[in-house]
Design a protein around this ligand. Sequence first.
Ligand SMILES: Nc1nc2c(c(=O)[nH]1)N[C@H]1C(S)=C(S)[C@@H](COP(=O)(O)O)O[C@H]1N2
Ligand SMILES: [Mo]
Length: 347
Amino acid sequence: MKKTMHIMSEAPLNAETPLDNLQSWITSNEVFFKRNQEMIMASPVAFESWSLSIQGRVKKVIELSFSDILSMTKVEVANTLECSGNGRSLLRDKAPGNPWTIGGVGNAIWGGVRLSDVLVRAGITPEVRHVGFEGLDNPLTTGTVKFIRSIPLEKAMDSTILAYEMNGEPLPLEHGFPLRALALGWTGANCVKWLSKISLLEDPVSGYFMDNVYRIFQKGEEPGSGKVVTTIPLKSIITSPANGAILTGGLVVIRGAAYGGEADITNVEVSVDDGLTWHAVEFIGPHERYAWRRWEYSWKTAETGMHTLLSRAIDDRGQIQPMSASWNVLGYGNNGSREHAVIVTIQ
Ligand SMILES: Nc1nc2c(c(=O)[nH]1)N[C@H]1C(S)=C(S)[C@@H](COP(=O)(O)O)O[C@H]1N2
Ligand SMILES: [Mo]
């Protein structure tokens, strides 16, 4: 792993993509953010000894080898992946967890198979409502639980893939080699790595990683009563200039990215006067359904001194990124423009 990543913890490995590497449409594998609840295996599992079992409320339990997966129709999808806790450290009221700034996100081209194609092979019985995923990573300490998650059947059938390639390379060990789930447009917690078992279920999976975390709840509320994190919220980030930069006046190009999970980004606006006036940006590069859109705005600086730069994304449903994030106990989904303000000095 590139030392340039901002490492938050080594065991388990949690590392954020540095600002410089958030400048491109594709985030390269070496610097793509890494988020783990548990210990990653020391070496990749051998293809021959790996298999994927599809069980639970199936018509027939099946075991697929890696070559079975490779023999199925391949899909390639650009998808922006974000950790639910991204931006947590920028919240005004602190929340516990990894102190992500803006680099708990990345965009990659993922190659793999449609989950629906795999499930159909095992046969989905009429009572199935949820799909559970289990990986090969192990809990940090004995007595704690495995990272097992489930998503609704609808999402599983409509827009979830099982990926074995990331940016044209075999899925790297840290990102779930040899196969991971990717619920397109949904936060990382819905995308189980080192996948080994899929279960068709009547009810959502229960347990720590479903009921106690990855839920939006307020102080005094039961975690399990909160909404489960699903789609990535509507958000834009300024990736250049950096917060605190000192710049010479003239033309300053402000650059960034905007993404909204399942929503299509239609506009991004930038303010160079702390939200008083807003200007449309220009989009650059590809526009794909589940991927972020890169944008830039050329700012003709007039006055020296400090300036607060803000950006806000607008989607195809007319939703506007909020000025301030809505706080929750675990600090998930920070998409406030204000929290992502960039203050620069023009001299
Ligand atoms: N098996 C397993 N899958 C997992 C996790 C994990 O700890 N174990 N972490 C999840 C979380 S919270 C996130 S944000 C993403 C991070 O994916 P990445 O490390 O490939 O960026 O993986 C998800 N899938
Ligand atoms: Mo996450």
